[in-house]
Design a binder for this molecule. Structure first.
Ligand SMILES: *Cc1c(COP(=O)(O)O)cnc(C)c1O
Length: 412
């Protein structure tokens, strides 16, 4: 079992330890839910305040040009692109993740006319599945869902019929990391295109979308990227598809000449055709500021630290796993793990709620998973040690069985 001294030594040797100072985190709180809502970078309020008063307040409509709000979806898109292995001009930011997913799935299907299958993951996030089902109904297609691990085999089996392979890069529950390169290659061998969901990967796991020849990818910006609640999503469209991409949601910001106010849609050249309508400028610029932190951090170091935190956590809870009925559902192997660790226990809800009372914030997914996210930008080894210690205390004391934890169950 690791000791508290060891946690301290690991923190002292951590090259990213100083990054925590860039965040506003409540004192005495261990935040292991940055995979759901990233923490606030402390400089964002001032930037937003300037945007509100100077840009909006003083400049009014002129801010679209004077402060170049107009290009913000492209500018911020390129900043996200650097974190996901996309060279400039292939990413825009705007709309919600669900809207972008809908658009991407329908747009991908249009790239493969005559094929009628959307292949997806049985464990995919609900919104991804609901949207795939709806796109399939709209376009006269059908959805085939298989476990993500079997996607490469399945696409070969339905070769010639699969238009779109829609998968997460990291499973939101188990934290498993899938092989983007190999699955994309399998999809291409079967003539399909890929729509990767990067919600639990962007900003945590180095990605190489260009090198892996990914077609389309979508991701949230309020998880590891720290853009804030409801921050707009990003969409990556590989350059080779730009000319042939027929955007399903034909909003005027994606028009070739938006201010000509033409009666018919003509898609813009390049990545701009993935734009839809007026973006949420305040959220977009909050995200722009949030990304400043990544300019100070090497994503390879972020990844290495996140894995080390996960390993340290698993070492700290090894006794609970062997003696107290927990199961580790996240693969231990680094190449198969994202940036969170999930434990299975029938009393997951009660335990997470009991942890909350002790200022250790993790979360749970039904029916029985405890999720702990390790955002390397602000989580320390001491945090992990404390979280594991509190969990042990809650389990060994049995206090999680107290009624006050049961009443907060989110589902029945
Ligand atoms: C977080 C998450 C979403 C969220 O979609 P919203 O439209 O932002 O609510 C979608 N898909 C996956 C895989 C996620 O992890």
């Amino acid at each position: 079992m690791p000791t508290s001294d060891e946690a301290g030594r690991r923190d002292a040797a951590d090259p990213l330890a100083t990054l925590r100072e860039y965040f506003r985190l409540p004192a005495d709180t261990v935040y292991l839910d940055g995979n759901s809502l990233g923490a606030l970078a402390a400089h964002i309020p001032e930037r937003l305040s300037r945007v509100l008063t100077r840009e909006w307040g003083d400049t009014l409509i002129g801010a679209w040009t004077e402060h170049d709000w107009w290009s913000a979806p492209l500018r911020v898109g390129d900043r996200v692109g650097r974190l996901i292995g996309a060279s400039p001009g292939q990413v825009t930011v705007g709309e919600s993740t669900s809207v972008q997913l809908f658009n991407a799935l329908a747009g991908a299907a249009r790239l493969r006319p005559g094929r009628d299958v959307i292949l997806t993951d049985t464990g995919h996030f609900p919104t991804d599945r609901y949207l795939a089902d709806s796109v399939a109904r709209l376009l006269g297609m059908r959805v085939i869902a298989v476990p993500a691990a079997a996607a490469a085999t399945a696409v070969a089996q339905w070769s010639g019929q699969v238009a779109v392979v829609a998968l997460p890069a990291v499973d939101y529950r188990t934290g498993e990391l899938w092989d983007v390169a190999a699955t994309t290659a399998a999809a291409h061998a079967a003539g399909a295109v890929t729509v990767w969901d990067l919600c639990h990967a962007a900003g945590a796991v180095p990605l190489a979308l260009d090198d892996d020849e990914v077609d389309i990818a979508v991701g949230c910006t309020y998880k590891y990227l720290g853009g804030g609640p409801g921050a707009p999503a990003f969409v990556y469209l590989a350059r080779r598809h730009h000319d042939g991409y027929d955007p399903p949601l034909t909003g005027w910001h994606g028009h070739a000449a938006p201010f000509a106010m033409e009666p018919e849609f003509r898609p813009a050249d390049g990545i701009s055709r993935t734009r839809i309508g007026t973006p949420h400028v305040l959220s977009l610029l909050a995200l722009d500021s949030a990304l400043d932190v990544f300019d100070k951090a090497d994503l390879a170091e972020v990844r290495a630290k996140s894995l080390a935190l996960g390993d340290f956590f698993l070492d700290c809870v090894a006794d609970l796993v062997s003696e107290d009925g927990f199961e580790v559902v996240t693969p231990r192997a680094h190449r198969r793990r994202g940036s969170q660790v999930a434990l299975r226990h029938p009393a997951a809800y009660e335990m997470i709620t009991a942890l909350l009372e002790r200022n250790v914030i993790g979360d749970m997914r039904p029916p029985d998973l405890l999720r702990f996210g390790f955002n390397a930008l602000y989580v320390s080894f001491r945090d992990v040690y404390r979280a594991a210690g509190e969990l042990r205390d809650i389990v060994r004391s049995g206090c999680y069985r107290d009624e006050r934890f049961a009443v907060r169950r989110l589902i029945t």
